[in-house]
Structure formats: C-alpha cells, structure tokens
Design a protein around this ligand. Structure first.
Ligand SMILES: Cc1ncc(COP(=O)(O)O)c(C=O)c1O
Length: 438
C-alpha cells in the first residue's frame, strides 16, 4: 500500500526471497531482534495509521471515525490512530480510561454497552463525552439518576437503535436483529425519547445503530444506515434536535484473500450519501469500525512444537499458539491463513491439521497446506483484530508478547509476563525461587 504522501506502508507482505515481512522487515528478524519468545503478535503501525488517515479524510469536518477499541486496545495502535484524527468507540469504563490515556478528545468518544455499571456511567458523565449511547429505557432512567447525583448538566446522549436488520454474518456477531440484547427496539423509541426529555440533565445529541460485523457489501450497510435515517426523520419531526448520526462499524475484512476486502471508505461514502438522500446532510456522521483498521496488519508468529501423525493418517501440526491467544477460530469457526515465515520455491506441501496446546478440542485452527517437513515458524495471518484483545491466560499460559513495527524498525515491544508472574497474577500463587525454570 502507498500513503497519499507516497511513502510505502507495506503491511504483511512476502519479499523476493520468500520471507514474510511486516512493514518491510522479515518477521523472523523482528522476533530475533525483539528477543521475545513465541507466540508473539507483530503489527505494522504504519499500515494501521494509513487506514485511519484514509478514513478520517473521507469524513467531513466534525464527523468522526471512532475506532472500536475493543478490536485491539494496544497503546501504540490507539495512539497512532488518534494521531491520525480518529476518535474512539468504547464499551466499558476500562476502555474509556484507556482511550482517554491515549489522548483522544472526549468530544470524539462514544460509549455503547447494554449493561454499564453506575461507576462506569459516572466516569462517562465526568469525561463529557460526545455521546453516551443508551441501549434501554431503563438505562436512561439510571443515567438521569447518576447525572442528578453528580450535579451534571448537558450530558450528551444518543439512542442506540435496534433496527431489526438481519445481516449475512456469523450469528455471534449479528447485533441488529430483534432477538439481540442490543439497542432500543422501534416500539420503545417513544418511551426512550420521553425518558430523555424528562431529565433536565440529559441532552439528546444523536441516534446510532450497529447491525453487526463482517459486512462485506455496501447494500447491507446501507440497510442499517437507512433505518437510522428514517428514525432521525421521525425524531426531528417531533422537535428533537440532533447533532450526529452514528451508523456503527462492521466494515468487513476477507480472511482468505486481502484483495477481496472492501475499501472501508466505501462504507463511509454510503452512509454520507444516504444521510443526504434522507435530508440529514446537515448532521455529523460517526462510524465505529474496529477490524477494518487493524485485522490485516497483525500476525501471530508461532513455533511448531512437533507433528503428530495418527494411525488413521491424520497429520497434526502442533504449534505453541492456542485458542487462549486467538479465540476467533474456536468462538466463531473463523478461518485465518497460516503460512510459513520463509517459503522456498518448489517445496512439497501436504495437508496439516494445525492445532494449539490448549486442553480443548476446539483449540484447532483447521487444515492447511504446509511444507513437509514443517518449518520451525509459522504466521497466523489477519490476527490484528479481536486477537490479543480477546486473549486469556487459560491453562495458566502467559499472554503473548506484542511487537510494533514502524518506519522499517521495531517501535515498541510489550514483553509477555514470565511463568512466575502469570501464575502470581492469575492464580495468586508465588512460585519458589527458580521453580519457573525447572
Ligand atoms: C457497538 C459496536 N460498534 C462497533 C463495533 C466494531 O465492529 P467491527 O470491528 O466489526 O468494525 C462493534 C463490534 O462488536 C460493536 O459492537
């Protein structure tokens, strides 16, 4: 990829010698130089910043590309996106604190979530965010009570609408249908407006909808946008003023072929066009993409532990990354490309079933054509989103290290805790000196 200024932002590419590179640096060299053990996440900060820049520039002044920090909250990534003009979409008090620590202006932060605790509402009220996105009438009453308790005025609120739009995606990431727990259904919008109007401390600023993730076609995104626009027409007709419409995230990414990934700016263009068409061109637009900014620009480097060939002929390739490091295959049956770090021309490949060390049958990445004998190191591609942010220390496994590449070198490293630290933090046990080395 080339930036508008012409500098190269490589992303994850293979060089002329068959070496898989991140930001132009061979991944094997990145791991060696960083001095971390595998599994390790490696990200290209320049490529991530370039997507943030393109999306920010595709929006008119006042509108916001609010990066869904849940996709990947690593400090260097969020700071790079904020630097490029992105705002942040948060869904917890922790994410809010992290976003503010990365220097984002509160007016560029939106906060969704069906079950915000009182202390989280208090934090959001105190921060004076662009909008607290309420997801039920009950929540509006709680928010009004917290605003009264804090003596706050002018608390910006947006109603997250559940428009009952079905998108063609995995059931676990579809959020805008009528059975989902998210958002305020059409029948309850009137009660939500009344509850906001009842409180002298709350101010309706926007309407939002996020109908699901992995939307690959603009027409599907347009269905959610149309629902928000129609709601805006009805709400404005009742005399409520609005500042912005938030049409959510969900810009899809192809996990099999990066060339099939839709240009994320097309979703923004679709939303802007629909708003104009519905007579809401005077309002600001907020979008909440997560995965589209980071998925393709991160990999997990994993080491092959050993093959295991069963008598039935199944060829397992057991690696040191597991479902605790990357949950998506186990949670959503997601496919991630798995490739050798160094590929040699003409080498024979056979079908390997790649699996991790976690004691669960679902810790299984699926079948891949890989060299035989297998290489020492593999890359699990497109792991930049919902990878490390969903990781756990299940099976008392340390969280993976993270390496951030920028301008052709290593910009930052977050080294994984050792065994002793992991056991202390996760299990509350202190190991005898030297026991983590035996
Ligand atoms: C409210 C909301 N906004 C934005 C997103 C980001 O979705 P994606 O990473 O698919 O763009 C999500 C994902 O779960 C979400 O729930």
């Amino acid at each position: 990829m080339q930036t508008e200024r012409g500098e190269a932002t490589h992303g994850i590419t293979r060089d002329g010698e068959g070496r898989l590179c991140c930001g132009g640096v061979p991944l094997a060299e990145v791991i060696r130089t960083a001095g971390v053990s595998t599994p390790a996440y490696v990200y290209d900060l320049d490529a991530i910043a370039a997507v943030g820049r393109r999306l920010s520039r595709a929006l008119p002044r006042g509108s916001v590309c609010a990066y869904a920090i849940k996709a990947n909250g690593a400090g260097p990534i969020v700071r790079a996106l904020v630097h490029e003009g992105c705002g942040v979409d948060v869904v917890s008090g922790g994410e809010l604190a992290a976003a503010l620590a990365c220097g984002v202006l509160p007016d560029r932060v939106v906060y969704s979530g069906v079950a915000k605790r009182d202390d989280e509402l208090d934090r959001a009220i105190a921060a004076q965010l662009r909008g607290i996105h309420v997801e039920s009438v009950e929540e509006i009453d709680r928010l009004a009570a917290r605003a009264a308790a804090l003596g706050a005025r002018d608390v910006g609120v947006a109603i997250r609408h559940n428009p009952d739009v079905e998108v063609d995606t995995h059931a676990n990431i579809a959020t805008g249908h009528d059975e989902a727990k998210f958002g305020v259904a059409a029948e309850d919008i009137g009660a939500a407006l009344e509850a906001i109007a009842r409180s002298p401390r709350l101010k309706l600023r926007g309407l939002s909808a996020h109908v699901g993730s992995q939307i690959m076609r603009e027409e599907e995104y347009a269905a959610g946008v149309t629902a928000v626009c129609e709601l805006a027409t009805a709400v404005r007709a009742q005399g409520f003023g609005l500042r912005y419409l938030d049409t959510g995230g969900g810009f899809g990414v192809s996990y099999r072929d990066e060339h099939a990934t839709p240009d994320p700016t097309r979703f923004v263009a679709t939303a802007l066009a629909k708003m104009k068409e519905h007579g809401h061109g005077d309002l600001e637009l907020v979008v909440e993409p997560g995965r589209a900014l980071v998925a393709a620009h991160g990999v997990i480097v994993t080491r092959v532990i050993q093959p295991k060939v069963s008598r039935t002929g199944r060829r397992w390739l057991l690696v040191d990354a597991g479902m605790n490091d990357l949950l998506r295959p186990a949670l959503y049956q997601a496919h991630h490309r798995i490739e050798p770090l160094e590929s040699k021309p003409g080498e024979a490949r056979v079908a390997w079933r790649v699996a991790g060390p976690v004691c669960e049958s679902s810790d299984d990445f699926g079948e891949y054509l890989l060299p035989d004998p297998p290489p020492a190191l593999l890359a699990i591609r497109d792991a930049g989103a919902y990878g490390r942010s969903m990781a756990s220390a299940y099976n008392a496994r340390p969280l993976a290290s993270e390496i951030f590449v920028a301008r052709g070198g290593i910009a930052a490293v977050r080294t994984a805790d050792g065994l002793a630290e992991t056991i202390e933090r996760e299990l509350g046990l202190t190991l005898a000196r030297g026991a983590d080395r035996s």
